[in-house]
Design a protein around this ligand. Structure first.
Ligand code: SF4
Length: 504
């Protein structure tokens, strides 16, 4: 039997996730909570869609002038006393980080949450030179103890329930801790306090980098990033090259969009703006500060008409919470650092070797919920379709799927063929429908019906119901006031293709 470590395809990993009752319940519970929180926060905001559009315009403008704003940011940051480095590849970013750690003779590094360092597998690299890397975000700390990777962009341990967390923390504590969230959080808080005080280096990611002043901004809810950026004497920030925004005024829009989209909060609990190392007048802060700006495949998306908008992503995770596939299988099934709809597009886009990752574009129902949820309106569903097409064009598709799609196109291209197939389907399903659904676990239905029931075709199709409705409407018109009738008739005629705005 395959295990999480040996499963090599999305399908195998998804199957493991679907068989894991704890994981499914935990992921469903939290994504629903986050999704509802976001829905409420965006409704209360009042003109959410206008702000989404503002966010999108800021990101489009910044990415279109990325070289200009990166240059401005780097110059300003250097003027503030920060050492700015550019890393083209993952290996370069790792090398730069390790060189700093070695020069500082560091024994331990405390880290606040950073997806870029996950992308670089930096913890492992630090440990290979004898430097202890300690995650200080509660979720990251939990999965570090479990020896796992994050399964959600903002809730890394979303797949674990509090009983599993209590087991992990009890092992660390050497005593049994009750599965009570305040007891568990209290244990971690005490444990991490010691680590903050001992650490030689603080390492962070970066939510936004402000070009006009060379500042970096961190959003967090636990206060751990403040400890990471104030206690150790040296600070290293690793940021994806697309994290830039032009000004503090633009941050206002992002600070409105990001927390609401991520967790439904109107404001993040702690928002820290950091502009250089400690000055003489400052009570705390690092004496030495480095920013490593990481490309690692991002520039492959620049100028690409299909993928450039990926660089607009502000890593809020809303598309994961909205995605019906992610909500069933969690993040590990995607196999890369980034999961959910954004991961299904970003992972192949960041890789030169798409063949290895082309399957994850299939882990989507193409319903467009990710686009609806996205605060900067990234058309992820279009990108997923493009990836599927590219997979076929590059010869990675399978013959059965190709034949199936050709058949689907032939049927959907003709209303007669479609109606004929529906009739045939209604006759055929009589053999397999039980209790209102198809439960057969054979052939192409096996995967779907193992975990759910395929609904049967209704007695009357939408088209048939629509026809009846139209007849009734025509009949009912006779009873109407002549003026209303002539207007309604115009609509019905429009439906017939004789004019008007028909939707037939
Ligand atoms: S694609 Fe959009 S919704 Fe998904 S993480 Fe990025 S910004 Fe958030």
């Amino acid at each position: 039997m395959k295990t999480a470590g040996t499963a090599s395809t999305v399908k195998e990993r998804a199957e493991l996730a679907l068989n894991d009752e704890f994981l499914r319940k935990a992921v469903k519970f939290t994504t629903e909570r986050l999704r509802n929180g976001k829905k409420q926060a965006s409704a209360e905001h009042g003109n959410w869609d206008d702000w989404r559009e503002r966010g999108r315009q800021i990101r489009l403008h910044t990415i279109a002038h990325l070289d200009y704003y990166l240059n401005m940011f780097a110059n300003q940051a250097r003027a503030n006393g920060v050492h700015v480095h550019f890393a083209e590849t993952s290996a370069e970013a790792v090398k730069l980080s390790l060189e700093i750690a070695q020069r500082k003779q560091a024994k331990s590094v405390v880290k606040s949450k950073s997806m870029v360092t996950e992308e670089l597998h930096l913890n492992h690299e630090l440990e290979s030179i004898g430097v202890e890397a300690i995650e200080t975000d509660l979720g990251e700390y939990i999965i570090q103890l479990a020896g796992e990777t994050p399964s959600h962009i903002i809730i890394p341990a979303i797949h674990k329930n509090r009983y599993q967390v209590a087991d992990l923390l009890s092992q660390e504590a050497g005593e049994t801790l009750a599965p009570d969230t305040s007891i568990l959080a209290g244990f971690v808080r005490k444990k991490l306090r010691e680590k903050f005080l001992e650490a030689d280096i603080g390492m962070t990611g970066c939510n936004f980098a402000i070009a006009e002043t060379g500042s970096m901004v961190l959003f967090e809810n636990e206060g751990n990033a403040r400890m990471v950026t104030t206690v150790p004497k040296t600070q290293i920030t690793l940021m994806g090259m697309e994290r830039i925004i032009p000004s503090w005024a633009d941050l206002e829009v992002m600070a409105t969009l990001l927390p609401r989209s991520a967790t439904g909060q109107k404001l993040t609990v702690y928002m820290s703006g950091i502009t250089g190392p400690r000055r003489e007048v400052d009570a705390d802060g690092p004496d030495e500060m480095h920013i490593i700006i990481v490309d690692n495949g991002r520039s492959l998306q620049l100028g690409d008409p299909e993928f450039q908008e990926l660089l607009n992503c502000i890593r809020c995770g809303a598309c994961l919470n909205a995605c019906p596939v992610y909500r069933h299988i969690g993040g590990h099934a995607y196999g890369g650092t980034y999961s959910g709809p954004i991961g299904a597009v970003l992972t192949p886009a960041l890789q030169k070797n798409v063949a290895e990752w082309d399957d994850i574009a299939n882990a989507s129902s193409l319903c467009g919920a990710c686009y609806e949820a996205c605060p900067v309106k990234i058309p992820l569903h279009d990108m997923l379709i493009y990836l599927r097409r590219r997979k076929q064009e590059q010869g990675h598709g399978n013959a059965a799927e190709s034949i199936g799609m050709k058949g689907f196109a032939a049927v959907m291209g003709s209303s007669k063929r479609y109606a004929g197939l529906v009739k045939l389907g209604k006759l055929g399903q009589k053999l397999v429908v039980r209790d209102g659904g198809i439960r057969l676990k054979l052939g192409p239905l096996k995967g779907w019906n193992t975990y759910r029931v395929t609904p049967s075709l209704p007695k009357k199709s939408f088209r048939e119901q629509w026809g009846t409705l139209e007849q009734e409407l025509r009949h009912g018109l006779k009873e109407l006031d002549p003026d209303v009738r002539s207007r309604m008739e115009a609509i019905v005629q429009g439906r017939d293709g004789k004019g008007g705005n028909g939707h037939g």
